[in-house]
Structures are given as C-alpha cells and as structure tokens.
Write a protein that binds this ligand. Structure first.
Ligand SMILES: [Zn+2]
Length: 404
C-alpha cells in the first residue's frame, strides 16, 4: 500500500483500472510503442484524501504537444469571466491589490482582470501556453508554484490579496509545497480560492472518467479542510460550480478565528452521508462504475449487432479512461469528432480510434453518437439540434446509460 502524499499514512485501494495510457497521448499512427501505467484510485482514511497511487512524470503529460487550451469552450469562457468579475469587485477601493492565479493557462480568466487595470500575476509552467496568456495582456511568471517561487513573487510584486486556481490544484503532486507557498504569499487578510472536479459529484454520478493520469487528487470538503489545517489555514466556504460535470470551489483564509460559512458544515455532512470519510463508502462507487461500463458496452454491442454505425463526440482526456476501461475501440466507434486542431487525424490513446474533424460528423448522418464530452451536454444538444431532429441520437452514460 502506498503512502498518502499529504499525511504519509497508508492509503487503501478503491479501484484498480489496470494499464492505462496517457489521457492526452493522442497518436500520429495507430501502431508502434505506447506508454502505459497502472491507474489505481486510492483513499487515505486518515486525512480523507482520494488520490492516484502512481503518477506519471509531468514531462510525459505536459509538454509542447499538450492539447488542453482553456478558451475553446463558450461555457468555460463565461464561467471564468464571472470569476474575474468577483475579483475585480473585491479589488475596488484597494490601492495595492494583487491577484495571483496558479495555472493561468491562456489567460481565459486573468485577461479580464488585466483589462480592468488590476495588478495581477499568472503562474504558468508551460511556456507555449504562457505565451498565449501574454498575448492576452496577462503578466506571467513561468514557474512551478512552491514556497521558494512564492517568496520570489512576493519580493517582486508584493503580497497577494487573492490567490486562485481552477483545475490546477488537482494536478500538482506536491500539494503541500503549494500550500506552503500560499501561506508565504498571502496577506494576513487575503484569501485562496480554488476549484477542481468535486469528489462528491464523482461518487454520486459514478463519473469515474475524471480519474486519469493528470488528476493526482480528487478533493472533497473533508480532505481540503484537513489539508488547510495542516498548513495553518482554514476552509471557510465552499461553492458548487456547474462546470466539468460538477466542480467545487473552496475558499481558504489565514487565521483560526475566521468565520466559517454554514455551507461548509452542510457539505461536510453530505460528504459523510455519502461515505467519503471511510473506505466502505467507496465500495458502492466501484460497483456502480463496473455496472455502467458493462451496460455501456452491451448497449453499443447491441446497436452494432443491429448494423448501426456509431460515432463519438469529443476526444476529451476524460474519455480515455472510459474507452480503455470499458474496452471500446474502433470496431465499435467509427471515429470520434473533435474541433481541436492538434487532435484531428490522430488516434485516441490506448484504443486507437481515429479522431476526425467536426465537418465529418456534420456530413455523416451517423444514427448514434456516444457523447464523450458529456459535461458539455447542454451546450452540445443545443448545437446539434438539427442532428437530433433528423433522427440522430446521443448516448450518455452518467449516472446511467441512456439514449436520447
Ligand atoms: Zn492522508
């Protein structure tokens, strides 16, 4: 059993997904060697942190070929514009206000803060993405955030009123060093807020596709409260976010005397009722995941047996876990439609399904489409109204398999 990265206690295995490829490791050719690792989801009964047993070296995942650019989705753009508005509002009337964003990506959020003339710094270790952020008017420091770089940032820009991050904290293996950095950079009355896919939603919906190489941690209020406490910080609020199939934003402040919003207690009780504080609570999750995979595979096989063609929609990172764990390959899905230029005409990791440009899907009239980008379901169903009116059907699989 592996040690917990947070508290060094022994973790307990929840699910072993077997050999998995890199979620974003799209291939030029469907042949040749490919990197696989053991994807094992574990839980620490001492500090409640759900995490991966093994991680992949960051340079295997995040390099010049890295495909995830935030600004591609309209819903995400709107979400981050609202985040920026809240920061701009809290800056009003303050002279030396500083906002720091960890993992600023292409500046999807911080560009609004920059445009409002507010002092800010984006931290972004991927230089090609940092370059995009600079083009969007954002001040960027290219580094990994830890105590040392936090002290350097404080020296250069002053201490921060706000430190924030979206879909970044779950990626960083040495999260203790990030919290040490937060403690060093934050003003005494400052606040850290961050959002990531929420373990409560993952367990409730059985949305196990959030579990892949890039996500080291699966946060809950229970585990974040413990993590904050270890670093002399305090979880003071939680706000659910309707993105990525269910995310949670955690607000953390310095000083034990800070008032805690009543929402925190409500979420913590819900999490305990779900069993997120004990290993027994995760047994149901595993059963449900296996049932969904069996149902999905048999539904797709039945359609194939009826001679129906099936396409996939959205060659997302998260679809890698579903396709590989349920063993859905090119004999089931003709292709996966995607709009990301760097994925088009490549092959999906592990299962080697061809990725085709969106135009292909538009002209195809394929009768069934597996909605792999299910977290953008609302936006996609609206966009593909004509496809559905023509008789096309989407297959979804969380919290259960359905055809609509
Ligand atoms: Zn632990």
């Amino acid at each position: 059993m592996a040690d917990c990265r947070i508290c060094k206690s022994k973790t307990v295995r929840v699910m072993d997904f077997g050999k998995m490829p890199i979620a974003n490791g799209f291939l030029e050719k469907p042949t040749g060697s490919e990197f696989f690792f053991d994807l094992v989801f574990v839980f620490c009964p001492t500090c409640f942190m759900a995490q991966l047993e093994n991680t992949v070296k960051p340079e295997m995942m995040f390099n010049e070929h890295y495909h995830f650019i935030s600004s591609t989705s309209k819903a995400m753009q709107e979400h981050f514009r609202k985040t920026a508005e809240a920061i701009i509002e809290s800056a009003s009337g303050k002279n030396d206000f500083l906002a720091v964003e960890l993992g600023c990506n292409d500046g999807i959020m911080l560009r609004h803060v920059a445009a409002a003339g507010i002092k800010h710094v984006g931290i972004e270790p991927s230089s090609n993405v940092a370059q995009l952020a600079r083009r969007n008017g954002v001040t960027v420091e290219e580094c990994f955030f830890n105590r040392q770089t936090a002290l350097e940032i404080a020296q250069k820009y002053g201490k921060a009123d706000v430190i924030c991050g979206a879909n970044v904290m779950c990626h960083i293996e040495d999260i203790n060093s990030v919290f040490e950095g937060v403690d060093a950079l934050l003003k005494d009355d400052g606040a850290l807020f961050f959002e990531d896919p929420y373990l409560g939603d993952i367990v409730r919906k059985s949305s196990f596709d959030q579990i892949y190489d890039e996500h080291v941690y699966y946060y809950s209020g229970l585990s974040v409260a413990e993590l904050a406490k270890r670093h002399g910080l305090k979880l003071v609020d939680m706000q659910a976010q309707n993105v990525h199939g269910g995310s949670m934003r955690y607000y953390i402040e310095k000083g034990a005397a800070r008032a805690v919003n009543t929402r925190v207690e409500k979420y913590l009780s819900e999490e305990k009722a779900l069993g997120l504080d004990r290993i027994e609570g995760y047994a149901r999750f595993k059963e449900s995941v296996d049932r969904i995979c069996q149902d999905l595979k048999s539904t797709l096989m039945r359609l194939k047996a009826e001679g129906k063609r099936i396409a996939g929609y959205g060659a997302t990172s998260k679809s890698t876990t579903v396709l590989n764990y349920a063993q859905i390959g090119p004999e089931i899905l003709d292709y996966i439609s995607d709009i990301t230029p760097t994925k088009i005409d490549k092959f999906t990791p592990g299962m080697h399904i061809p990725v085709k440009a969106y135009g292909n899907f538009l002209n195809d009239n394929v009768p069934y489409t597996l909605l792999l980008a299910w977290n953008h379901k609302e936006e996609i169903l609206k966009k593909e109204d004509a496809y559905r009116k023509n008789g096309g059907k989407f297959i979804t699989y969380f919290p259960k398999v359905s055809i609509e």
